[in-house]
Design a protein around this ligand. Structure first.
Ligand SMILES: C[S@@+](CC[C@H](N)C(=O)[O-])C[C@H]1O[C@@H](n2cnc3c(N)ncnc32)[C@H](O)[C@@H]1O
Length: 329
């Protein structure tokens, strides 16, 4: 394992203010807040400091090393669950909870995952072409070496928004027929050659393909959709949902979910019959749009530059889904 710098929590003060209710201050029970993306535990510790009970999730078994000190400081108010956050309900049951008062998502990978070369997330550090947060299942090498060319093109376009998807996929397929990919830097070099070098581009030419592979290997977008449905089912009325996203694909999912569940359905055309009304809104927005970090935070932590925070409040209305798979009732 290479030395990793500790993860600096993004929008920490804003997230904590958004989800801590303190309606039970001095009352009978502490609010139960789900930290869906534990990482190094920055949010969890701040929530515990504010008196909440925290049920944290991380699918990465290596995150457990950051839980020991927190558990020592808060032996009765903290649980870390090693499950994907789409299994929110099962994880809450593991922690003997039947609902929650807040759910926070801080999406993507942690600084530790990026910095540890053996995780294979970085095109800047040589390591095995892995990218699995959970350290189980199909690796990025499996995907790059076996997916049909058309599938690679689709992934690079859809998850990487890569304009040169076709050219890159063709180069990968040509190269893998001679020698399969096993290392991150080897893949990054082949991508760089396929697009004709860096040509003064501000980002490395492999950036978008690495993002696409990471999203595909970890099924990140389906995970988020399922987890938002699960948050709706488990949040008690008045409870808060906060999402911190880092790229447009994630943010689009969070925004579309909140647009729908707050009842802001498209108004339709005046030439057509009115659209059918959906179920009663299950959320109201805490504020319109998304909050971005202040420049001073971006200067201190460049990783924060693309962060967007959205916050909504659970209403009394029933959840729109009843099934863990997200099937509509
Ligand atoms: C950006 S980091 C979170 C950092 C954290 N807020 C902190 O302050 O240290 C994201 C973490 O979420 C985890 N993660 C991402 N997707 C996940 C999923 N679907 N289920 C569970 N954990 C996930 C990653 O393994 C990573 O550790």
């Amino acid at each position: 394992m290479t030395e990793a710098s500790a993860h600096i929590p993004v929008l920490l003060a804003e997230v904590i203010e958004a989800v801590v209710l303190e309606r039970d201050a001095g009352g009978t029970r502490a609010d139960v807040i789900v930290d869906a993306t534990f990482g190094a535990g920055g949010y969890s510790r701040a929530l515990l400091d504010r008196g909440a009970q925290v049920v944290a999730f991380d699918r990465d078994p290596r995150a457990a090393r950051f839980a020991e000190a927190i558990r020592r400081d808060y032996p009765n108010r903290f649980h870390l669950i090693n499950r994907p956050f789409s299994e929110l309900e099962a994880g809450l049951a593991d922690a003997s909870q039947d609902g929650c008062d807040g759910v926070v998502f801080d999406l993507g990978v942690s600084s530790m995952q990026l910095d540890e070369a053996d995780r294979g997330f970085s095109f800047m550090r040589d390591g095995p072409l892995d990218m699995r947060m959970s350290q189980s299942g199909e690796t990025a090498a499996d995907l790059v070496n076996t997916a049909p060319e058309a599938e690679l093109i689709r992934l690079f376009r859809l998850y990487g928004e890569e304009p040169k998807a076709r050219r890159i996929a063709a180069a990968l397929v040509r190269r893998r027929s001679e020698k399969p990919f096993t290392r991150t830097l080897d893949l990054a070099d082949v991508i760089e050659q396929a697009v004709g070098g860096r040509r003064g581009a501000p980002t490395h030419p492999a950036t978008r393909v690495f993002q696409a592979l990471r999203i595909a290997v970890n099924d990140e977008l389906d995970e988020l959709e399922s987890a938002l449905d699960a948050a709706e089912r488990t949040l008690r009325p008045g409870g808060r949902l906060a999402t911190v996203t880092f790229h447009s694909l994630e943010d689009r999912i969070a925004k579309a979910f909140l647009t729908e569940r707050t009842g802001r359905l498209p108004s339709g055309s005046r030439h057509l019959p009115p659209l059918a009304r959906g179920p009663a809104p299950s959320f109201s927005l805490a504020f319109t749009g998304a909050l971005s970090p202040q420049q001073v935070e971006i200067d201190a932590n460049p990783r924060a530059r693309s962060a967007k925070l959205r916050v909504a409040i659970r209403t009394e209305a029933p959840a729109w889904t009843t099934e863990p798979e997200g099937r509509r009732t």
